[in-house]
Unconditional design. Structure first.
Length: 651
């Protein structure tokens, strides 16, 4: 049992955060908000418009893809809110990997980091593969014909008919740009994204001038694949919002991350959503969805409407957008590897190398690893396989960030940067919980007739810090903060509905007891989401036929979701004033988890099988290297030594 206990403690150990060094960076800070938006939008817009949308319209959803875009956009917005909070708490490379390590533990973090690496590697491969197809169409099929004649092979039904040399070459070119300098990568990405944006704007305008409503109403109608197709399409489309993650991973490369990262995240999301929605409407209204080709569907669809020059204009836009997507995906991979190597759960050479330090601060080996694996995928596999695998990584990492916000908000301690104020008299500012409002309590309720009195809390809650800085780190244990006006709002006499009032016997700050209650409720909520999503997927026909037992199962899951949500809401939240605080917690992250789980369960079994192979490989590598070499293992060893020395001194 002792060995098992040590094993469990090891895989759930959390990263030690030194807040005093959070604003330091070994990477070259050269990005501004325009660079961040360019990288974020460019990393997802090209592959989203020219690859994923046409694939979803053709194979998964049909005209109702517009609803899939709305579904995925809402889910991405909720997750982006959670990303924004943690990007301000922990402005370091690694994004969801780092956030998970700090909140949920080492094995979960490694799983997320390893999945993020796969997501961006596959994204670069898919973008390069699509770029090769667009070039082939612009050259009237001569490129593919030549390589099929010279280098034909047979690797299986899911592989290319011949090695895609063009896609491999594009990955290598993009790799060399990423290695050169972070600013060069950003500028090149912004240029191609701008050109791509002009083409997309023209595409939407032309599409709306050639609208045929019959394309939405003719049989099989607006929902050819049913509601399950809408959810499945949203799951595949969700990867088109991965630019949010690219922005969050680039905070160490940013000149002023605490000022511009949140704006860059929401700008990236807004631009991507507006573009996807407009392109989807224009495409499905202008051309019959069931006549789209499997490859390079967008320019060929507009050419079929006899729009002169559309094939070449949209084709050039596709080339520009897909170059930016390849750069954006390859840009993110070494930063994730850099964060993981800092924690020593992967080899140090993947994160640090003096050759690249002068220009970027990241390892050439890390960049090369992402580029070589991506080039191999682009060379060997067909585009459809790559598209299907991408979605899982994005959904998993976004879900973990939402989970981190929930867990951290109901924990007594605090992780990351927070805001402290110079003026203790400003009522808008957060102050130490040494002083709290004491409302008169009579007849089972708080009285609002008698003015509240200011009362001193017990000494253990008195803040130890005396310095005031605009942004500070190093929260000491026992130090808690609270908004003075939020105490009144969370009491039973506040404006909140009685359904979500905090009972009088529950403290206004989280404790181990309230954390345990919130954790149990959260686990039940997630299990209920999984049961509901799987039931709708596997027994959807019984639901549509209104079978009584199916309705009972759905009703039980719904009651469980509502009950656990109310229970979580009744627990006190950590009142530390953050640089950016996600609003409407726990409703935002809980809804995000629900939507993401529905989209994950909608993906095919084959996708999960392929993803499981990559995941098992990563877990194997973790137990071979990271389990024993983690930086947190050194911290644990030091604590054991200090404990042993203390015992010797006492004896």
């Amino acid at each position: 049992m002792e060995v098992l206990g040590r094993f469990v403690r090891t895989i759930v150990r959390r990263k030690t955060i030194d807040n005093k060094t959070l604003k330091d960076s070994r990477l070259k800070r050269g990005l501004n908000i325009f660079d961040l938006v360019g990288i974020g939008v460019g990393g997802s817009l090209g592959i989203g418009v020219y690859v994923i949308i046409t694939h979803v319209v053709k194979h998964q959803t049909g005209p109702s893809t517009v609803l899939s875009v709305l579904f995925a956009g809402v889910a991405a917005l909720l997750s982006a809110i959670c990303y924004a909070e943690f990007a301000m708490r922990l402005p370091r490379a690694g994004a969801s990997y780092l956030y998970t390590y700090a909140v949920l533990g080492e094995l979960c973090a490694f799983t997320v980091g390893w999945t993020m690496v796969l997501e961006h590697i596959i994204g670069a491969a898919a973008a390069a593969k699509a770029w090769s197809q667009y070039l082939n169409v612009l050259m009237n099929g001569t490129v593919n014909r030549y390589f099929e004649e010279q280098l034909h092979w047979s690797l299986g039904p899911r592989a290319s008919d011949s090695p895609d040399v063009v896609a491999c070459a594009l990955v290598i070119v993009a790799l060399s740009i990423v290695i050169v300098d972070v600013k060069v990568s950003a500028v090149v990405s912004c240029i191609f994204t701008f050109l791509n944006g002009l083409v997309i704007l023209c595409l939407m305008c032309v599409g709306f001038f050639h609208v045929r409503h019959e394309n939405w109403t003719d049989p099989p109608g607006f929902f050819p694949y049913g509601f399950s197709g809408v959810v499945s399409g949203a799951g595949t489309l969700f990867v088109a919002f991965s630019g949010v993650e690219v922005v969050a991973s680039s905070t160490e490369d940013t000149k002023e991350p605490l000022k511009v990262t949140v704006s860059a995240i929401f700008t990236t999301l807004a631009v991507c959503f507006a573009t996807y929605f407009g392109v989807t409407c224009a495409l499905t209204l202008a051309y019959p969805w069931n006549k789209l080709t499997d490859e390079v569907a967008l320019p060929l669809a507009f050419e079929a409407r006899n729009i002169g020059g559309s094939k070449y204009v949209i084709g050039v836009g596709g080339l520009c957008g897909l170059i930016a997507s390849t750069l954006g995906c390859l840009f993110a991979v070494p930063r994730i590897l850099y964060a993981m190597s800092n924690d020593k759960i992967i080899s140090k050479c993947l994160g640090h190398n003096p050759i690249c330090k002068r220009n970027t601060g990241i390892s050439c080996f890390g960049v090369a690893f992402g580029g070589i694996v991506s080039a191999a995928f682009a060379t060997c596999f067909c585009l459809e396989v790559l598209i299907e695998i991408m979605a899982i990584g994005t959904l998993l990492s976004f879900s973990m960030v939402s989970l981190c916000v929930l867990c951290q908000r109901y924990q007594p301690g605090h992780i990351g940067l927070y805001q402290e104020y110079d003026s203790m008299d400003d009522s808008r500012y957060m102050q130490c919980t040494e002083f709290v409002y004491d409302l008169p309590y009579t007849s089972g309720s708080y009285s609002t007739d008698t003015p509240p009195r200011l009362k001193t809390r017990p000494p253990q809650n008195v803040c130890d810090g005396t310095e005031s800085q605009p942004l500070t780190g190093g929260v000491q244990r026992g130090m808690t903060y609270q908004k003075m006006d939020s105490v009144v709002k969370t009491t039973p006499s506040g404006s909140m509905s009685s359904l979500f009032q905090i009972p009088s016997d529950i403290p206004l700050e989280p404790t181990s007891r309230t954390l345990r209650t919130a954790s149990i409720a959260l686990v039940v909520y997630i299990v209920s989401c999984l049961v509901l999503a799987l039931f709708v997927k596997l027994a959807g026909c019984y639901v549509t036929n209104v079978s009584w037992w199916a309705l009972v199962v759905i009703l039980c899951c719904a009651i469980s979701l509502v009950t656990t949500t109310i229970l979580i809401t009744k627990q006190p939240q950590n009142q530390t004033r953050l640089i950016y605080r996600a609003p409407y917690v726990p409703f935002v992250p809980l809804t995000s988890l629900l939507l993401n789980i529905f989209m994950m369960t909608s993906l095919s079994y084959a996708v999960w099988m392929r993803f499981s192979v990559w995941l098992l490989l990563g877990i194997f590598l973790y137990f071979v290297h990271g389990y024993h070499s983690s930086a947190e293992q050194d911290v644990d060893d030091q604590e054991v030594v200090l404990y042993a020395i203390g015992e010797q001194d006492e004896s």
